[in-house]
Design a protein around this ligand. Structure first.
Ligand code: GDP
Ligand code: K
Ligand code: MG
Length: 270
């Protein structure tokens, strides 16, 4: 049975969507070794069944909290067939940070733009088609608590499982990409790191993530650390800040082009 992982920021509407997809076909337990609740269920659609796993709500995929660790381990190690990311459109910029982190995994991804009803009230307009084109992945618009858009979502889950949709790479600048590819080449030799997640692991190493360091040989780590030091020198900044700034730049670009807030439009001179 194909597996669909549901992720998103806390309060984005993940559980509401999980319930709508799985109905009474649910099972609640704990994640192995910890007391964090694990919810799993089955979506039955067009004579098919899909396993839906509700991951803990997170703002990013660092290894700084148990919830983030569970979510990223599941995405990397269990390698679900589809990742569905729920986005609260009223907080689109904050929610997009997790989206950029998941885009970097280069896996089959589908976005749910939830809280559409709130957008109308708050006079926020979002050009979903253009965002979808720019990210390279489908977006389904929902108001989950009003049960609007859920049929479209089921249909798109079926579609994305049949024909996977991989996100565009976030483009870093040339000197960054150069160092990233050198780190990638070193990681290529590491058998403990799965093939598909190598670019993501390289980025995490640059960000100073310690989790994968134990899977990498000492000699290779020394080389990687030299490259990271080189990057920091070139940019005169911490590597972790360079990476997160790139993500924020990308989000600001998307939001500047495709998100319009009525109040702001009225109150500014341009
Ligand atoms: P989770 O933390 O991501 O699992 O979010 P929940 O599913 O628990 O939802 C958080 C709150 O938002 C709940 O009160 C939901 O009823 C509400 N909610 C979910 N979807 C929508 C929506 O589309 N519009 C509005 N206005 N509220 C929603
Ligand atoms: K909640
Ligand atoms: Mg929840």
């Amino acid at each position: 049975m194909k597996t669909v992982a549901l992720c998103g920021n806390p309060n984005s509407g993940k559980t509401t969507i999980f319930n709508a997809l799985t109905g009474s076909h649910q099972h609640v337990g704990n994640w192995p070794g910890v007391t964090v609740e694990k919810k799993e269920g089955k979506l039955k659609y067009n004579d098919e069944e899909y396993r839906i796993v509700d991951l803990p709500g997170t703002y990013s995929l660092t290894a700084n909290s148990m919830d983030e660790r569970i979510a990223r381990d599941f995405l990397i190690k269990d390698n679900p067939d589809l990742i569905v990311v729920v986005v609260d459109q009223t907080n689109i910029e904050r929610n997009m940070y997790l989206v950029t982190e998941i885009m970097e995994m280069q896996k089959n991804t589908l976005l749910v733009f939830n809280m559409s009803d709130e957008l109308e009230k708050r006079q926020i307009k979002i050009d979903i088609n253009s965002i979808s084109k720019e990210l390279g992945i489908p977006i389904v618009k929902t108001s989950a608590n009003k049960k609007i858009g859920l049929e479209d979502l089921k249909k798109q889950i079926e579609g994305s499982l049949k024909s996977p949709q991989y996100p565009e790479n976030l483009n870093y600048d040339e000197s960054f990409e150069n160092i990233l590819s050198q780190i990638n080449n070193i990681i290529e030799q590491e058998k403990n790191i799965s093939e598909k997640s190598k670019r993501w692991v390289s980025l995490k190493l640059i960000e100073g993530d310690v989790e994968f360091r134990e899977d990498i040989s000492k000699d290779n780590l020394t080389q990687i650390d030299k490259l990271i030091a080189q990057l920091e020198k070139q940019n005169d900044d911490d590597a972790s800040i360079i990476v997160s700034e790139k993500k924020y730049d990308f989000i600001t670009k998307i939001s500047g082009k495709y998100v319009k807030r009525k109040n702001l439009v009225n109150n500014t001179s341009d």
